[in-house]
Each structure stands twice: as structure tokens, then as C-alpha cells.
Design a protein around this ligand. Sequence first.
Ligand code: UT7
Length: 337
Amino acid sequence: MKNTTEKKIKINIIGTGSCVPDNVVTNNDLAKIVETSDEWITTRTGIKERRIAEPGTATSDLAIKAAKKALEASKIDPQKLDLIITATCTPDHLFPSVSCLVQHAIGATNAAAFDLSAACSGFIYALNVGRGLLESGIYKNALIIGADALSKFTDWKDRGTCILFGDGAGALILESSVSDDKSHTILSVDLGADGSQTNILLIPGGGSRHPITDKGIDPAYPPFIHMDGKEVYRHAVIRMIQTANNALQAAGKKPADLALLIPHQANLRIIESIAKRMQIPMEKVFLNIHKYGNMSAATTIVALDEASRSGRLKSGDLVELMAFGAGFTWGAALIQW
Ligand code: UT7
């Protein structure tokens, strides 16, 4: 017979951290390499500058720094970590995983470690996988990272894409708890995918379909981001509203209950359109797109870390993360801060 006094396991965030490269690239810097302008980029995207990793700096370098900050904030001994999941689509190598590189660098010798690929939605996917493994009781805690260096897979001659992306990493520590304290608790997560739209947003070459051979790169299949921006825009608005509403509904909440919405920062016009349709005032929407552009899997977790550290989030606030990316993939996570 089930013990009715048994308490439900809650999954709490006990610390966050983030890291962006020091190197700032402004719109005017880009106007020197492609035919564009600060005015076009600002009005069409809301981006003013982005951080670009220097040659020699890889995704794991950013992920390790973000992880160390999250560990510091949560005051957890790295050797007590059970699990590391990094969401990334730009790993240092096809293998080993970024998570294994992080595991070694932070001394988390007792942690299992693997990467997860869901492009810009990756962090929310990783959060839900970690949450599930903790809820099941398999693990007690997990380090969840979102880290990408899309600049390494960008065609710097393509003005339609090179203006959009930046590099960065964010991390948080999840811990299971049976206490009644509801702070920093994940209330619900919604995920979705549509694999029929792969040609709209992809990196055509460099994988096992069109590998780089001893003859070099096949110019028909470059290892750089290819995107039909208009189509991605359309899908992004529809899917992010849908997934945000699903996560709210699952927790019995409404958009009006949100203290803060943290949307994927791909385009300010996408964010404004979503906020308008969800009837959420822009004062309740977190923005850092002007500073960083689209950092793929790092975007929502870097924003959550900034919102938390800047005092924008108060205890008890309802905050929702939402993202959309290649695949297509999308997801939303509702958190009681
Ligand atoms: O994380 C994955 C999710 N990614 C996204 O959500 C991105 C979604 N898409 C977008 O954000 C927008 O579609 C873009 C910002 C990429 C493009 O904005 P748009 O309003 O859809 O512009 P467009 O692609 O329709 O291009 C309009 C015009 C074109 O010129 P013509 O054909 O009208 O003469 C482009 O060639 O703007 C031109 N253009 C540019 N002009 C100056 C495209 N990129 C640039 C540029 N500078 N950087």
C-alpha cells in the first residue's frame, strides 16, 4: 500500500552561473566585413553587440567557467555532484563530450556526464532530463549547462546570419528535496519538436552526411549555419507561444501570473510579438539581446543567471523560460523563484 504521508520530491535550483567571452563585436565592427549597418541590425533584430570567443577558445572553456560560478553560488562540493548534462550543438569535438571536459576541470569525479543536442532549445531539454532523473530518485543533484560557440560555425560572409549569433555559457545546479520550501522550484516543463523542417535551419556539412574529407570542405555543404530567417521567424513565434502556454497550463497558471518571462533572445521583434499575443507587458520581459545576440543553448540560462544576480527576480516570483531552435525544437520551463 502506498504511504500517504510520503512527500513528493521537488526539484530546486540551488545556484546559477554564466560566462561570456571578453571580446565584444559591435554592429559597426560587422559593417566593416559584410554589407550591413548598425541601423539595419538594430531595427531588424534589437542586437547592438555580441561576444565572440577568441581563436583557441572552445565551448568547454566557457562552460567550465559558468559551471564553476554555479558551484560557488550553490556551495556544493564538486565531488558530491551526481550528474552533468551540457546542452550544446557546438561541442569542442564530436567526442568526447563537453560534459566530460567539464567533469575533469571541476573535479566532479563521481558524476556521470553526457551532452544533449537540441540546438537553441537545448538548455530547456537538458533541464527536463535532469529534472526527470532527479524526480525518479536515480540521482540527488545535477549540473545542467547550456553552452555554445556558434561563431565557430558561422559564415562570416553571410550577412543574413553572421549578425545574429554570439557565444556564451550558463549553468545551474539542480537538487532534489522533500522539504515544504517552495523556493527555486521547477513547477513544469513543456518540450516539443518538428523534424520535418530540418532544411530551414541547419549546418549542412561537417557531420556524417557530408563529412570533411582529405579533399577538404565540399562547397555545396559548408560546415556553417544556413537559415531561412523569415520561415524560422514565423515558426518561432507560433511554437514559443504554444509551449509557454502549455507549461503554464500544466502548473495551473496564466500568463498574467508571471513576474518575469525569459524568452530566447534571437530577435527583439519575435519577443515583442510573443509578449503582445500573450498580453505580457514588456516590463515583465527579460532582455539582454542587445548585449549578446543569440547564444543558442546558453541564452535562457545566461539570462536567468543575470536576472537572479541583478535582483530582478524576487523570492516567490513566477518566472518562465522559453526557447525555439533548429530541429525544429522548442520548450518552456516554469519556475517558482
Ligand atoms: O535560434 C534560432 C532561431 N532564429 C531565429 O529566430 C531567427 C529568425 N529570423 C530573423 O530574426 C529574421 O528573419 C532576420 C533578422 C534573420 C532577417 O530579418 P527579415 O526582416 O526577415 O529580413 P529578410 O531576411 O527578409 O531580408 C530583408 C532584406 C533583404 O533584402 P532584399 O531582398 O529585400 O533586397 C536582405 O537581403 O534585408 C536584407 N538583409 C540585410 N540587409 C542589411 C538581410 N540581412 C541583412 C543585413 N544587413 N545584415
